[in-house]
Structures are given as C-alpha cells and as structure tokens.
Design a protein around this ligand. Structure first.
Ligand SMILES: Cc1cc2nc3c(=O)[nH]c(=O)nc-3n(C[C@H](O)[C@H](O)[C@H](O)COP(=O)(O)OP(=O)(O)OC[C@H]3O[C@@H](n4cnc5c(N)ncnc54)[C@H](O)[C@@H]3O)c2cc1C
Length: 765
C-alpha cells in the first residue's frame, strides 16, 4: 500500500509537472500506439530478457496441406511465369496466370476455410510469398496485396457477420478482386491527413432509398486498383445532418466501394520501377454507397485509423519481410555461384578477398533475415500482433535487402546491369525501392515508429504513466501514477546497476542460457539490453516528448532495438536448427556485426545527446571503454563467403524452398548459372590436377596425359556452360523502338553459340 505521504508530498508535484510537460497524444497517435500487442520486443525493453522463454517458443511449422500447396500449385505457378516477358513484353501477367491465381486461391491465403479460403498460417503465407518472390516480383506483389492490408484482412478483423458472409466467399473464389485505397497525392506517409471525404446523406442505391454516404476521393499508387472490382476506401466521414450520431466530424472511416458504381474513374496505370503488377490512381465524384458498406457497420464509423493500424500490425510482418528474406537468400545464392564460375586474372573472382567481403555479408544477412522472418511468423501464428516487431521487420528486412542486392550487383559487374532474360538480378534491383517505400516508408518507420511507438508500447511503465496522467479523474490518475512511477524508478535503478555491472565486466557475467559456443553472444545481448533500457529511461526522463522530434536520436534507439530483435532471432534459429556447426560462422558474423552497430549507435547517441552531462553519464555507465567492436572479423567473413562458393548442406539451408528453374529452361539466366556452377564444381578435381602439372591448355593437358579424353570433354562442356552463364543480352535497334524489347526471344541461344573460352586450371583452395 503506497504511503499517503509519498503520494501527496513526492508524487503529486511530479504528477503536476509531468502533466504540464507531457504533450497530448493526438487521436491518430493514440490509435497507432494502441494497435496490436507486444511480444519479445517488450522483453527486450525490460533490460533483462528471459532467453529461456524465447528459446521455448515453438518454431514456425507447415502443415502437410500447406507443404503440398508449396510443392504443388506454387511450384506450378512459378513454372508458368516468365518475369522478363511479363515486365518488358506483355506489361501484365498473362491471362492463364491470372486464372491460375484465382482458381488456386492465391488471393485467399488468409481467408478462413469456412469462407472458401485456404486458411493458411502466417508462416505458410510467408513461404508462398518467399517462393514467388524468387521467381517474379510482379507475381509476388500481385499475390501479396489481397493477403495483406486490405478488404480481406479488415473484413475478417472488423466486418459484420453479414459483410463477412457476403464478401469473403466472393474474395476467396476470385470473383471479386480487392484493392485498398489509402494514399492520395497530398497524403502519403502522413496518411491520416487525407482530404478524401464522405458525407452521410440519403440517396438511391439499387432502386431503393437508403441512408448512405456521398464520397469524393482521389487516390494514387493503388495496387490492383486498375482491375479491382471492390475498393476498400479510407476517407474522412462527416455527418452534418446528424443522421448516424450527434457529431459533425466522425473521422477516418473505411468502406467497401464496388468499382462499377457511377462517378468512379479508374485511371490509367502506373509503372512501379518497371514491375508491371497492376497499380494506378482512381477517383470518385459524388459516388453514393449505403452506410452498410462501412466495414464493421455504422458502429465502426470514425474508427478507421485504429482498424488500419491493427490490420497493419500483422500484415507488415509477413509480405515485405518474406520478399526481402527471399531476395537476400537469392542474391547470396546466385552471387556465390557467379563468383565461383567467373574468372578474372586467371582466378575465380570468389577467391578475391574483396569479393569475399561482399559474399560473407550476403550469406550472413540471408541467415539473419530468414531467422527473423521465421521467428516473427511463429509469433503471429501464436496469436500475437506485435506492431513494433512487424515495423522493425518491414524496415530492417527491406533495408538489408537493399544492401544485399547492391552487393550482388557489384559482384556481378556488367552481367547484372545489362537487361534481358539472361539478367537474373536487375528485376530485384529495380524492385528494392518499392519494398522500401510501401507499408510505411523506411525513413519514417525507422525514425518514428520503431522506437517512438516502441518506447511507449513496450516499456513496462511508460504507457501506464501516460494513461494515469491523462485520466480525467485526477485522484484516480494520481493514485495510478504513484504506483507506476515508483515501480518505474525501481526498474530504472535496477537497470542502471545491471548496465553498469555488465558493461564494466565486459558482459562476462550477464545472464545467458547454456548454448555452447553461442553462450557468449547471449551474454553480450543481455549486456546491451540492460544498457538500452537505461539509456531509454534517461532519454525519456530528460527529453520527454521532445524525443519525438529528435528523429536522429530516435532512429538510433530504433536501430539498437532492431539489432537486439534480429540477433535474438539468429540465436533462436541456430538453436532451433540443432546448433549446426557449419552455420556457426554465419551466426558469428551476425553477432559481431550487430554488436558493432549497437556500440556505434550508443556512441552516436551519447555524443549527440542534447543535454551533455546525460550523454557523459550514459557513456560512463554503458561504454566505459569506448567502442570496442569492429564488426565481423576477416576470418569469419571468409568462412561465410566459402559457404556460398561450394555446394554444401549449409549453402542449401540458406536458399531452402526458393524456386529453382528447371535446368533445361530456355533462355533463363538463372538456369544457365546453376548449370555452369554444378559443372565447374564437378570439374574442379581435374583442374586441380592440371594446376599441379602446371598446364593450362586442355589439349596440351590431354597430350601430356595429365587428363584423359573424357575429362577433356567435361572441361570443354564446363567452359561452354560458363560462357553461356556469363553471356548478356543484346537487341537489334528496331527491337528497342516501338514495343521495347518485345520480340527478344532467342537471345541466350545466340549467346551460347558464341565461341567458348578455354577453362584454365585453378586450384580449389
Ligand atoms: C508501388 C507502390 C504500391 C503502393 N500500393 C499502395 C496501395 O495499394 N494502397 C495505398 O493506399 N498506397 C499504396 N502505396 C503508397 C505507399 O504506401 C506510399 O508511397 C507511402 O506511404 C509513402 O508515401 P509517399 O510516396 O507519398 O512518400 P512521402 O510521404 O512523400 O515521403 C517521402 C519521404 O519522406 C519521408 N518522411 C515522411 N514523413 C516523415 C517524417 N515525419 N519523418 C521523417 N521522414 C519522413 C518518408 O519516409 C519518405 O522517405 C504504394 C506505393 C507504391 C510506390
């Protein structure tokens, strides 16, 4: 029982002070903060995460049915798709692909079976997007959107029974194609500032006089918009005649708008980075819909922002993180193969240290992102909707995808720059900015949401304190504030002691489960979690609401939280996969890189902290010996790179369940690369022998009997395969004029027919 003395003489003045200092949360901020729930992010915020709890969480698993879908329809769809022709020749998915997507219910992965959907887990949904992404971004985005934020998800979470019974079966069967319109020319990241309006009024709908809404809007960038039959629309609802309540301004509302209604213009198409999934603007002028079309009915009028944030809390953790995990695994895989087959200065480029530096980063990033994707899906399948975690996943996964794709482009040089069917990277490279921008552009997500929302949502006391301060009943508010404030102070002191002890001992005694050689990593993360909790508390105490405007500081805090989350996932993956020895360098790379980022961000926060003594104090507690971590060592990077340039179970684990084109697929750069890689690996012992005999020329080696005739033939086949794999497309000028590269059909066969260079001997080491 708190003493009344403490409450009245100590807490009360602080309460009044804090009430004056605390900026009021706007309705949209409050709704964003209240959306979803918290999960492992909240444990990290305590400063003392319980590792055993994390390791005990069941890993994500597929059911037999989901596995069969991936091996069946998803594979079949991938085989039907030609990404080059879709983007550059047809500018759309071909009709048979559209039909297949609808018939096999790709648009209904999240719709429950009771409504005719597939009722897949988050993990299965993610695996489907992942595999499709490794074949065609345009197809992956097309399948992604109806399963992400949009009418399906909103109806399932908030729809009335009648709405669910009517719309969900129609969406599941593909009879209705949905899209979701939130963004308008004037309202992008600040979507809540939209000026699209709806006015409650009476009007005629399908021959009857009904209570309805007259809508006026202008949206843009709407995926599936050009072909959608039903538009989920976000707008500001007004009720000047008080027909559904007593307020004039009702607020952001979501409704279903059939796109055939009079007054709707479906504009022309946008071309998003030359990925031709359907995307475009649309307008409505005095479009009339019944109030029954408000998602969730009239009771949900004005609650649109909360609904959106809630739907986003789950979906954001699946679509783009899955595409990014696929993209990083893909780039690592193809770059390793290319670095093995491409030779310069008589050496495979994968043997150059500077290339290994890139390969090592790609391999470890692929390991990390897939770990985080699986862990997040497991949480979603366990019923969580962790809004901060999914924001971290979206921003971090897409940002790391960008780094990996750039690395892959650099490793490939001109091969990845020249567009055409032989280019298996250009498409992904062009797609990265889309992933960076949609579902919350990364700069705003990193600087405002990851930490800004995280600090309020995941902190064990902050939200309770804010609620107490905003309580209309001041006596009750003071009572609650008194309880939480003193709990908070105790928590902060404990974290200060933890952070100090763990920093000054180098984390040697920080808590960790017994995880063999990985135990030391848990200890370092425990150390940094305590430091993070302490730094957050001091920043909140000294900067208060002003921290929101300090975006650079906030972004650095967000980075530390993200590193703690992603590193936890890598540790969990290593554990869940039976502590694979061969994967340990990947884990080590991730951890070393993560600790360096964490220390760098702490250093930057302390150096830039607006109240200098607080920065000095934090440095003394958290980084007493300065920045010690320098990122992954050359030794570890080298071992990670080696995993990509030779076949192994570890290499396969990185790209498991991505789509691999059939070896004989005509005109496919990836198929040619995989073939050349396999052949070069197969002839390596022969080349080693030639190297030992100091003979380079195949015919000379044959004459000297260093190799036999069969081996000479194998070497020549491998050389031809390499020539085909490193070839690039070219076009007749007229092919590039009227219809772009439309008629480019047989380029790889032309390229393959070019003379093959001789393979030079090369030692394996
Ligand atoms: C291919 C594609 C598909 C899309 N599909 C859909 C769809 O189906 N439905 C839909 O409704 N929308 C869709 N969008 C819209 C998408 O969600 C927006 O593009 C996104 O919200 C960003 O808005 P904007 O492009 O206007 O950028 P802006 O909001 O103008 O932002 C420009 C830059 O400023 C940054 N920024 C903005 N505010 C801040 C801040 N406070 N602090 C720091 N930085 C800030 C942003 O991070 C960004 O880097 C799509 C967009 C694209 C490109």
């Amino acid at each position: 029982m708190p003493s009344t003395f403490r409450r009245d003489w100590i807490t009360k003045p602080i309460f009044h002070l804090a009430q004056r200092a605390l900026p009021r949360l706007s309705a949209t901020e409050r709704e964003a903060i209240e959306a979803g729930d918290v999960w492992w992010d909240a444990d990290l915020f305590t400063g003392n995460p319980d590792w055993n709890k994390l390791l005990a969480c069941a890993p994500a698993r597929l059911s037999d049915e989901e596995r069969a879908f991936l091996a069946g329809p998803v594979d079949e769809l991938c085989r039907m798709v030609d990404d080059w022709k879709i983007n550059w020749q047809w500018h759309d998915l071909p009709p048979q692909v559209w039909d297949f997507l609808k018939a096999r219910k790709f648009f209904a992965m999240i719709i429950p079976k009771a409504y005719g959907g597939l009722g897949f887990s988050a993990y299965a949904h993610s695996e489907v997007i992942r595999k499709l992404s490794s074949r065609s971004i345009a197809v992956a985005c097309t399948a992604m959107v109806p399963n992400s934020l949009g009418p399906g998800e909103l109806l399932m979470q908030f729809g009335t029974k009648a709405q669910q019974d009517y719309w969900l079966p129609r969406l599941a069967s593909g009879e209705e194609i949905p899209c979701f319109g939130l963004t308008s020319p004037e309202a992008g990241s600040d979507a809540a500032s939209m000026i699209d309006t709806g006015v409650v009024c009476r009007g005629r709908y399908e021959g009857r006089e009904v209570l309805g809404i007259r809508l006026n809007w202008h949206k843009r960038y709407i995926t599936l918009g050009p072909i959608a039959t039903v538009l989920g629309l976000a707008f500001r609802l007004r009720d000047p005649d008080h027909l559904i309540g007593d307020r004039d301004e009702i607020g952001i509302t979501l409704a279903l708008v059939p796109t055939h209604l009079p007054g709707i213009s479906i504009g022309r198409r946008h071309l998003p980075a030359m990925h031709v999934f359907q995307n475009g603007p649309n307008w409505g002028r005095d479009v009339f819909i019944p109030v029954d079309n408000i998602i969730g009915g009239v009771e949900q009028a004005g609650k649109g922002w909360k609904m959106l944030m809630s739907a986003l809390a789950a979906g954001r953790g699946i679509s783009l993180p899955s595409l990014s995990a696929a993209g990083t695994a893909y780039t690592a895989h193809v770059s390793g193969a290319y670095a093995r087959i491409r030779e310069q200065f008589h050496v495979a480029i994968g043997k150059f240290e500077a290339i290994q530096e890139r390969l090592g980063r790609m391999a470890a990033t692929a390991y990390l992102l897939d770990a985080a994707r699986r862990m997040t899906c497991a949480a979603l399948d366990d019923g969580h909707h962790p809004a901060v975690v999914t924001a971290i996943m979206k921003a971090q996964a897409t940002e790391r995808l960008r780094v990996s794709v750039n690395d892959a482009m650099d490793v490939h040089g001109g091969k990845a720059i020249i567009e055409g069917p032989l280019n298996y990277l250009g498409s992904l490279y062009r797609g990265v900015p889309i992933a960076i921008t949609v579902e919350g552009a990364n700069i705003v997500t990193r600087s405002l949401i990851q930490f800004g929302q995280g600090a309020i949502r995941c902190h064990p006391y902050l939200l309770k304190e804010m609620m107490a301060l905003e309580d209309g009943d001041r006596a009750r508010g003071l009572e609650a504030f008194d309880q939480t404030l003193w709990g908070h102070i105790g928590h902060s002191l404990a974290n200060a002691a933890r952070a100090f002890g763990r920093a000054w001992s180098g984390g040697r005694f920080a808590p960790a489960p017994d995880a063999g050689p990985a135990t030391k990593f848990y200890r370092q993360l425990s150390r940094h979690a305590a430091a993070f909790a302490l730094a957050v508390d001091l920043a909140l105490l000294t900067l208060g609401g002003g921290l929101k405007r300090k975006e650079m500081l906030s972004a650095r805090f967000g980075d530390i939280l993200s590193e703690l989350y992603l590193s936890s996932a890598a540790l969990k993956r290593w554990n869940d996969e039976g502590r694979q020895e061969a994967d340990f360098p990947l884990l080590e790379w991730c951890m070393q890189a993560s600790f360096a980022v964490i220390e760098t961000r702490f250093d930057e926060i302390f150096a830039n902290f607006p109240i200098r003594p607080v920065g000095w104090l934090l440095r003394f507690f958290v980084l007493p010996f300065g920045r010690r971590r320098r990122g992954a060592s050359d030794r570890v990077t080298d071992r990670c790179a080696a995993l990509l340039t030779s076949p192994s179970a570890a290499r396969d684990r990185l790209a498991v369940d991505l789509f691999h084109p059939p070896a004989d697929e005509h005109n496919n750069g990836l198929a040619l690369l995989e073939r050349a890689f396999a052949m070069m690996v197969a002839v390596q012992p022969i080349r080693d022998r030639m190297h030992a005999a100091r003979v380079r020329d195949i015919d000379q080696a044959l004459r000297q009997r260093t190799i036999d005739a069969a081996e000479a033939a194998l070497l020549k086949d491998a050389a031809a395969a390499v020539a085909a794999a490193i070839a690039v497309d070219d076009f007749a000028p007229e092919e590039l004029t009227s219809r772009g590269a439309a008629s480019k059909e047989d380029v790889s066969s032309q390229a393959i027919s070019q003379p093959a260079p001789q393979l030079q001997p090369q030692a394996a080491e």
